[in-house]
Design a protein. Structure first.
Length: 224
């Protein structure tokens, strides 16, 4: 197999995830919410195509349809909180599946390349997106405040990345036992992800260095 052709393409996926993060800071209007949901559809498409996952076309179509339904539920004014929660839950499931697919594809790389590094960044950013949609879904199921100050109808992407990176600014904090435990879980996963992935990348890099440092095969010299 040609490893050059087998390399996944994660650069566009990283750009889309960064664009989602940037857009989430503009406002909480319907247009911004629709834009974030639309970017998530693009992330789903580009992500699964980039991983070259062994998924039948109908399965990918099902994921896209679920993403569209989630987009409509989240962005529409006509739905109650439960509708928003269902839409956000669909996003959690789909983006979570994509994060696992990207990570699995990443671990298949035989050596560290630019795409390996971009894939590592993409899967880390996806983890933050998954938890952001999870925080948004909680109020619809439990009818209680999840974050304070309350993030009304907003995907709390900023809060999620603050937790994931363990910055802990304290300007937004979890309210209630469930939200607090999910926050702790995200922080733990963020740290474990970095520790395990860095170990894996270091192992691949060391193996590459050892390979390049080997002397030429003496049998090659005898044939010259």
């Amino acid at each position: 197999m040609n490893h050059k052709d087998d390399r996944s393409r994660f650069g566009l996926l990283v750009l889309l995830l960064i664009a989602t993060l940037a857009l989430s800071g503009l406002s909480n209007g319907a247009g911004v919410r629709l834009g974030i949901a639309g970017l998530n559809l693009a992330v789903i498409t580009v992500g699964f195509v980039g991983t070259r996952a062994k998924t039948r076309l109908w399965k990918l179509a099902g994921l896209l349809i679920a993403g569209i339904v989630g987009t409509v539920l989240v962005a529409s004014y006509g739905f109650a909180d439960l509708g928003v929660a269902l839409g956000a839950t669909l996003q959690v499931i789909i983006l979570g599946t994509l994060a696992v697919a990207v990570l699995a594809r990443l671990l298949e790389h035989p050596s560290v390349t630019n795409q390996t590094m971009l894939g590592a960044v993409a899967s880390y950013l996806l983890l933050g997106q998954v938890f952001a949609w999870a925080y948004m879904a909680l109020p619809g199921y439990f009818d209680e405040t999840v974050l304070a100050p309350a993030q009304q109808g907003e995907v709390p992407i900023y809060y999620s990345y603050v937790v994931l990176t363990t910055l802990g600014f304290g300007d937004i904090h979890p309210v209630g036992a469930l939200a607090q435990r999910i926050t702790v879980l995200e922080a733990l996963l963020g740290q474990l992800y970095l520790a395990i992935l860095l170990s894996r990348l270091a192992s691949l890099y060391s193996r590459d260095q050892l390979h390049f440092a080997r002397p030429d095969d003496p049998t090659d010299e005898s044939t010259t």
